[in-house]
Design a protein around this ligand. Sequence first.
Ligand SMILES: Cc1cc2nc3c(=O)[nH]c(=O)nc-3n(C[C@H](O)[C@H](O)[C@H](O)COP(=O)(O)OP(=O)(O)OC[C@H]3O[C@@H](n4cnc5c(N)ncnc54)[C@H](O)[C@@H]3O)c2cc1C
Length: 206
Amino acid sequence: MKARRVVVLGGGYCALYACSRFRRAVKRGKIELIVITKENFHIWHGFIGEMIAGKISPRNILTPARRVFAPAKVILGIINRIDRGNKLIHFTREVDGLPDDIEYDDLIISIGTRQNTGSFPGLEQHGYKLKEWEHCFQLRNHIPRMFELASSTSDAEERKAMLTFFIAGGGFSGTEVAGELGVLAKKITKRDYAEIDRSEVRVVLS
Ligand SMILES: Cc1cc2nc3c(=O)[nH]c(=O)nc-3n(C[C@H](O)[C@H](O)[C@H](O)COP(=O)(O)OP(=O)(O)OC[C@H]3O[C@@H](n4cnc5c(N)ncnc54)[C@H](O)[C@@H]3O)c2cc1C
């Protein structure tokens, strides 16, 4: 009997769960499992706050896609369109940027959610998005950079701006990041930046 082809769109938490549930069926040859995702790693979101605050290393929250989704086959690419009538997924291949498609028998759509950046002006252009790995990594470096720059200026307004961290979204993730920033501010002003008073650092959660 031909194995049913199950295609999983996205390489996040749902994909992780689906792959673990289908592992036995894949090994028995009942299912051919394919994950299409744009990144070759899975991100452990739960520790992003700690990573941003420098408590843990970025490598502690990344797992190679090939390992974490095994025994699924992983295809790196950007998913563009689902053709439900013909049971086809259209995507752009990461390897050469060319369009491609793949047939499926069953489909799991798990490409995550879109972040709402419309609530504050400038957020889309200037904000760091916690769901984007590059943004989280950049933010990890941006925070100590602000302390460094603030310590080298005596302009009170400039210092205030550099030491104000605004978090858009007061849900679970935002609150967690705010807490981590508070702890970091306490530690970093005591250990590395004696010229900055802790009271100068503001973490605003909205
Ligand atoms: C900072 C942070 C902390 C969190 N902490 C927790 C926690 O402690 N506990 C908890 O239960 N939940 C937590 N969450 C929520 C949790 O991460 C989400 O509920 C979960 O990730 C949703 O899983 P998903 O598979 O639907 O999407 P995601 O995990 O977001 O995965 C989506 C995947 O689709 C890929 N993708 C998207 N678009 C395309 C495309 N066009 N082409 C190819 N690939 C694409 C992405 O690269 C990604 O691999 C946290 C979230 C964040 C941002």
